[in-house]
Design a protein around this ligand. Structure first.
Ligand code: HEC
Ligand code: HEC
Length: 369
């Protein structure tokens, strides 16, 4: 059985009972979708991602997901698509502290970049969702994003010629919300960013990819905090939370989440707002730093406009007094890193080497319409 129980599936079931008049022709149910091998999507150096077993990639499935991602008919007044807030030129984030959804309403957090999601176990800043096929329904129904009713959406898709064709090609089905979520899951999982100079350099094999400043930045990023007699450190220990070839913490036990000391007491509770546990207050998903030069402003609330401001935070303004600060940062003993101007410049140069300009131009992820 591919259908599990869930609110959205109950809606699906409800609507497949009421016979909508549509032009679906049963004789078309002969199309075989073209399988796409995972080795054609994911680079060897990233390792094998943990993929859903019941949603194999097909060319048609990925393409259908891409159409849906770019289609404003997923919103009530057909004005907002996923791509309104997730724009390819900004690595699928957008340059706003909070996004605008339908009717000019604002989101409460900054839109996140979308790539290498196949290697992430938890989604959203507060890590509240662990499956992409489930996630896609959140922005669709959110009153301040797309404000769509699922019933109305299914009806719209069922009447739409191009969706009748592509749901048939991808799933041998008439348009329905469950297969919609699978197609979008396929597209989201297929978004891979791997071609930055940082990726060619990592884990240090091709030193010639980086210039002298970037290379010094690499040592600061990957060095442990260790104060000398003058109170200076050679390392800033960024790698514990943003390490590896995806510049993202991959420790599944941690779920890739942490409190990085932004506030003494946070307004937005982050993971704590979901779990209500003391130890999760002010804890957020530690994002990948790939493409970080493209995704300003920074942090869940977009409080930092530049990478300079981000590095000033980690160097000079960490709130060590916050009770849930990550142990790796608590281990600095409450002392600010006080990076020199040169160290800050080098660290930022290294972060800028993580930009993948082929990803933001790759036609596979571009608007298909
Ligand atoms: C109105 C702007 C807006 C729209 C429209 C929108 N998003 Fe988002 N997206 C956001 C914001 C803001 C966040 C962070 C939300 C949070 O953490 O609570 C986010 C987060 C995400 C994430 C989590 C990424 C991660 O690394 O955890 C995914 C995946 C995503 N969106 C996909 C989509 C898809 C698919 C659609 C269309 C169905 C969509 N979004 C529509 C603004 C938007
Ligand atoms: C203890 C874990 C941890 C360490 C160590 C850490 N970070 Fe972070 N980083 C996070 C978390 C968590 C966030 C998201 C916080 C939020 O938005 O509330 C973040 C966010 C960021 C962002 C913004 C990402 C975005 O998409 O908005 C940048 C840039 C960044 N960190 C760079 C660094 C650098 C540079 C270092 C080393 C000086 C570093 N981080 C050390 C956990 C960490």
């Amino acid at each position: 059985m591919k259908r599990h129980v869930g609110i959205w599936l109950m809606v699906v079931a409800l609507f497949s009972c009421s016979k909508e008049e549509q032009a679906f022709d049963d004789s078309q149910k002969t199309y075989t979708a073209t399988p796409v091998s995972t080795s054609d999507i994911f680079p060897m150096e990233f390792g094998a991602p943990n993929l859903p077993k019941d949603n194999p990639f097909t060319e048609e499935g990925i393409y259908l997901g891409r159409m849906l991602f770019y289609d404003p008919i997923l919103s009530l007044d057909s004005s907002v698509s996923c791509a309104s807030c997730h724009q390819q030129q900004y690595a699928f984030a957008e340059p706003l502290d909070r996004s605008f959804g339908i009717y000019g309403l604002r989101t409460s957090r900054s839109a996140m970049p979308l790539f290498n999601l196949a290697y992430s176990q938890k989604f959203f800043w507060d890590a509240r969702v662990s499956s992409l096929r489930q996630l896609v329904f959140e922005p669709i129904v959110a009153h301040n994003e797309m404000a769509m009713s699922l019933a109305r959406l299914e009806e719209r898709l069922k009447r739409n010629k191009k969706y009748i064709e592509y749901f048939n090609k991808a799933f041998n089905e008439e348009p329905n919300l469950y297969d919609m979520s699978l197609a979008m899951e396929q597209f989201l999982l297929s978004m891979v960013s791997k071609d930055s100079r940082f990726n060619r350099f990592f884990p240090g094999d091709n030193v010639e990819e980086l210039n002298a400043s970037e290379l010094r930045g690499a040592f600061i990023f990957n060095g442990l905090v260790n104060f000398d007699a003058n109170g200076n450190t050679k390392g800033a220990d960024c790698f514990h939370c943003h390490g590896g070839e995806m510049a993202q913490q991959q420790n599944p036990a941690m779920g890739g989440i942490a409190n990085n000391g932004l506030d003494a007491s946070p307004n937005d509770l982050g993971v704590g707002g979901v779990t209500n546990r003391d130890q999760d207050m002010g804890v957020f998903k530690a994002p990948s730093l790939l493409n970080i030069a493209l995704t300003a402003p920074y942090m869940h609330d977009g409080r930092f406009k530049t990478l300079e401001e981000v590095v000033d935070h980690y160097s000079d303004n960490v709130h060590y007094e916050n009770p849930t600060i990550h142990p790796q940062m608590a281990a600095h003993g409450g002392i600010q890193l006080n990076l020199s101007d040169q160290q800050k410049t080098d660290l930022i140069a290294y972060l800028r080497s993580m930009t993948d300009s082929t990803f933001i131009q790759n036609p596979k992820y571009a608007n298909p319409f």
